[in-house]
Design a protein around this ligand. Sequence first.
Ligand code: FEO
Length: 165
Amino acid sequence: MKLSTAVQKAMNDQIGKEFNAAHFYLAMSVWFAQQNLDGFAKWMRLQSQEESSHALKLMDYLLDRGAEVSLQAVERPKTTWKTPLAAFKAAAKHEAEVSASILSLYELAGQSGDPTTQVMLQWFLTEQVEEEKSSEAIVERLRLVGESPPGLLMLDRQLGERSGA
Ligand code: FEO
C-alpha cells in the first residue's frame, strides 16, 4: 500500500524537524564548549547525533515504503543562550513541540488508514517520553544548582558521563 500524499508530506516535514533539532543541539554543544562546560557540550553533541538518527530512521522508513524523500534546508540555529538553564529550558520546550508533532503525525496516519505507519511511529512516541523526561530533569537540576559554580561543575561532570547516542 502506498503512503497517502498527506502522510508522505508530514513525514518529510518531520524529517526536516529532526535535522533542525540535530542542528539546534549541535549549536548548543558549541556554546557549552565555549563556556568550558565540556560535559554539557558532550551531552548535547550526543543529543544532536540522536536527532540525526531519528531523521534517518524516518527517511529509511519512507524508502522502505517506496515513498518520496524530499530533504529540506536546515535552519540556521540560535547560537547563544544567557545561561545553561536557559539553554536547557529551550531544549525541553523543543522536545515538547516534537512530541506534539509526532502525535499529530500518528493521528494523521490513523485518519489515512495507515496502521503500518502508526506502528512505526509508536517507537517515536515512546522515545519522546524519554526525551522530555531527560531534558526536564536537567532543567530541574540546573534550577537546584542556581548560581553555584561548584554545583554547575558537578552537573557538568555527571552529564559528561553520558555515552552512546
Ligand atoms: Fe527526535 Fe528529540 O526528538
